[in-house]
Design a protein around this ligand. Structure first.
Ligand code: PNS
Length: 171
């Protein structure tokens, strides 16, 4: 009897977000996801008409590229506008990765997951819990605290903090 070897189709996953800016909680997820999936695309979302982010999409991509250089080509960064599921379909990704911190994330994530499932039933969302040490790390709070001069070395890579300080005009 001939053994049939099942061909492995590479599983591509997108880890989407605003990443304004990326922090160690995000990076922990990228590293863990890259150990599971064949390819992980960190997808930076932007709105070409009205982007409320502090950093431009290209600045966010640059910072992320610098952070995940050692994971390439298994993990890489890209930017997209429009619907996440359309982007995922375009690049052949079957999985969306979202991270969960506290229970407060749950409702928002559930709504997004169900809406995405409605639009593209063939794409799965999977959740990864944040590293407990980085549980409360959030870009919004990092920007606020950095604006008052704190550097947060456990939460943010140094080069990201330097760019943040320049952007917020902190000496
Ligand atoms: O970092 P965030 O802000 O929590 O990420 C939210 C993100 C990027 C996943 C979400 O806003 C998104 O998917 N944006 C792209 C537009 C889209 O697909 N909207 C419909 C979501 S059901």
């Amino acid at each position: 009897m001939v053994n049939k070897v099942k061909e492995h189709t590479p599983v591509v996953a997108v880890f989407p977000g605003s990443f304004d800016p990326i922090h160690n909680g995000h990076l922990d997820i990228v590293r863990r996801a890259a150990a599971i999936f064949d390819e992980v695309i960190v997808g930076v979302t932007y709105n070409p008409h009205k982007d409320a982010a502090l950093f431009t999409a290209d600045e966010r991509v640059e910072m992320i590229r610098e952070c995940i250089r050692d994971l390439e080509p298994r993990a890489r960064v890209d930017k997209f506008s429009g619907l996440l599921v359309d982007y995922a379909e375009r690049i052949g990704a079957k999985v969306l990765i979202r991270s969960l911190r506290a229970v407060t994330d749950f409702d928002y994530e559930l709504q997004m997951t169900q809406m995405n499932k409605q639009m593209r039933p063939n794409i799965e969302t999977i959740f990864m819990f944040s590293n407990p040490k980085l549980f409360y790390t959030a870009s919004r709070l990092i920007k606020e605290v950095a604006g008052h001069g704190k550097r947060l070395p456990e939460l943010v890579p140094e080069h990201v903090m330097e760019r943040l300080r320049r952007k917020l005009k902190v000496d």
